[in-house]
Design a protein around this ligand. Structure first.
Ligand code: R5P
Length: 258
């Protein structure tokens, strides 16, 4: 367990930059993930872990990558559905072991129509995964209700995830984010969310989240939808692992993008 977790949360800094490319599990062929390998390959040297489904791992990744895998194992709804919370566990623990997963990720939808079902999914997954020493990352999902992302609500979600046994949690950055971290006994990482207006915004959000207690980011679209994705991931990485300020990271982005 500790060994797997330390492959993701890097021991030198205690932090992590996870690259998620699991969006297709409910969004279909998201822009820039049409050919996942083409997008991901140049970013792998700067990613501490890669988050994806077994289908894309099998069909589109090279078996030779040594980037730790965070396997997305929940799903069952699509963007066409009114209720995205109707999820189940989509991948067995045997498959996860076969895929050599370093961690498993699953969404919970607190306060949604299928709240109970998704929390029961988390409990079952933790029971199965702990037996194999595989940590579970709980994703506090809000479906289409993005306005739900306030500190009181997210603190509730993260705490419930930790109580059920998640070893780490992915949530959103929000005003008063330190309250979310304070109430959660396991490490918290933030999602990037949809493309922000500027690169500086994404770097500032990363910086603020870390200052307020996050241990890293699980940032996808703000990296791989950028026309200079390698420059962007290196800039984000400088904030996460090298203590760069948003301005310093932005200067690095400018230099690298040429
Ligand atoms: C949600 O669970 C998605 O599948 C992504 O993994 C997550 O939102 C992080 O990616 P992004 O930074 O693009 O929001």
């Amino acid at each position: 367990m500790k060994n797997r977790l330390s492959r993701i949360l890097r021991p030198k800094t205690g932090r992590s930059l996870i690259l998620p490319i699991d969006h297709g599990y409910f969004l279909g062929p998201t822009r820039r993930l049409e050919d996942p390998w083409k997008t991901v390959e140049p970013l792998l040297p700067y990613s501490d872990a890669l988050m994806l489904t077994r289908g894309i791992l099998r069909s589109s990744m090279s078996a030779e990558i040594d980037t730790p895998i965070v396997l997305r194992v929940s799903g069952g709804s699509s963007i066409l559905s009114d209720d995205l919370s109707n999820e189940t566990i989509t991948t067995s623990i045997f498959e996860a072991v076969r895929c050599n997963a370093s961690a498993l990720s699953l969404s919970i939808f607190v306060g949604a129509a299928h709240e109970h079902q998704t929390l029961a999914n988390l409990a079952k997954l933790v029971d199965n995964a702990e037996g194999y020493g595989i940590p579970v990352l709980a994703v506090t999902a809000v479906g289409k209700e993005l306005e739900k992302r306030d500190a009181r609500y997210l603190a509730l979600c993260c705490r419930i995830a930790a109580e059920i046994g998640a070893r780490f949690v992915k949530t959103y950055y929000c005003e008063g984010f330190s309250k979310v971290v304070e109430g959660c006994p396991v490490p918290v990482l933030i999602a990037g969310g949809p493309r922000m207006e500027t690169e500086l915004d994404a770097l500032q959000t990363t910086y603020d989240a870390l200052q307020e207690g996050a241990v890293g980011v699980i940032m996808g679209r703000n990296i791989w939808q950028n026309d200079h994705a390698v420059a962007m991931i290196r800039a984000v990485r400088s904030v996460v692992h090298e203590g760069a300020t948003p301005r310093e990271a932005h200067d690095l982005y400018g230099e690298l993008k040429g």
